[in-house]
Write a protein that binds this ligand. Structure first.
Ligand SMILES: [Fe+2]
Ligand SMILES: [Fe+2]
Length: 329
């Protein structure tokens, strides 16, 4: 397979600032008033149970509702970047010496922060249409609410963002995978088992791509400035922390967001109670499921991010942390 990153025409900060000012390249908030609940919201391969044998035991209405609930969780994951990582990492990152010395890069970062806050409102409005009872009374997140441990990790990120910038690799991977999800919705609107995707839900993801495509270029410039040009010790520490972070990101637990989706499904469909524990157990098996792990991180989902990994000498052993990583030089 060709390394797409080598062929990529990367944009400069000047080009990014100019493109960001052009309304045709800006993500807009869409006015959606209704969703068709007879349709799935996301491609089945972007859900967890799809990779487990128990998925085949679910009836079509059960699979459909699982898909819709998981899609809300997927939106919340994107929103986690757009709020938690924006507030606790991207905002303080403006003080990082490698970033703040480049005025145009600061403008790109500030545009990105502003745009992520707008996207957050768009996904929140979409989730409120999906689950009005869950998100009433001002509640904004359900599946992805941060644990005390993760809140503490965010606090540390905020304190250290001027020195430790390893979350940039994760942000780039997350942004590129949100683009791949939207592209998959556009290219293959027909799902394997559940019919055609809900078009309004897909339209929000399609619109999201406009800003995100630019953000990948900003990510790469920030990685270049703050991670590629640092001393060996700092590069080693950042790479170690990123690999440590990956361990948590690729593990599926019985208390995490995916398990919360199953619990809500069983609450809505009590006939699934006898299968509940089996479904939760199936989630923990996903740690060793190569196809599922590649649905999180793979070259086909995030070719540009993987291209950056290929160029990073500290990632020569990254396949020990990411099942989907196939190093290319
Ligand atoms: Fe976004
Ligand atoms: Fe973004």
């Amino acid at each position: 397979m060709m390394n797409k990153q080598k062929k990529m025409n990367w944009l400069s900060t000047t080009e990014l600032v100019n493109i960001a000012a052009n309304p045709t390249h800006q993500t807009k908030l869409l006015a959606i008033s209704k969703l068709d609940f007879t349709r799935p919201f996301i491609p089945e391969q972007f859900t967890q149970l799809y990779y487990t044998p128990i998925y085949q035991q679910l009836t079509s209405p059960q699979k459909l509702r699982y898909n819709q609930l998981f899609a809300v969780r997927t939106n919340e994951y994107i929103m986690m970047l757009e709020s938690d990582l924006v507030d606790h990492f991207l905002v303080p990152l403006r003080k990082n010496i490698s970033i703040r010395n480049d005025q145009e890069l600061v403008v790109c970062l500030e545009n990105m922060i502003k745009e992520e806050r707008l996207h957050y409102q768009g996904f929140l409005a979409l989730n409120r249409l999906c689950l009005p009872d869950t998100f009433k009374d001002g509640r904004e997140r359900y599946f992805s609410e941060l644990s005390v441990q993760n809140k503490f990790a965010m606090y540390l990120l905020e304190l250290l963002a001027h020195k430790l910038t390893f979350p940039l690799w994760y942000i780039m991977a997350l942004e590129e995978s949100s683009i791949s999800l939207a592209q998959s919705m556009l290219r293959t609107p027909e799902t394997k088992n559940l019919g055609k995707l809900e078009p309004q839900f897909a339209s929000v993801h399609k619109e999201h791509m406009k800003d995100e495509t630019r953000h990948l270029h900003t990510d790469r410039l920030m990685i270049e400035a703050s991670l590629s040009k640092t001393n060996r010790l700092s590069s080693w520490i950042n790479a170690r922390l990123f690999k440590f972070m990956l361990k948590g990101l690729t593990k599926v637990t019985q208390t995490g967001s995916g398990a919360k989706v199953i619990r809500m499904l069983v609450k809505e469909m009590p006939e699934l109670k006898p299968l509940k524990q089996e479904m939760l157990d199936a989630l923990t098996e996903l740690k060793n499921n190569a196809a599922y792990q590649q649905s999180l991180f793979s070259r086909s989902l995030m070719p540009l991010t993987f291209g950056i990994f290929d160029e990073t000498s500290q990632f020569s052993d990254l396949n020990g942390y990411l099942v989907g990583y196939d190093r290319q030089q």
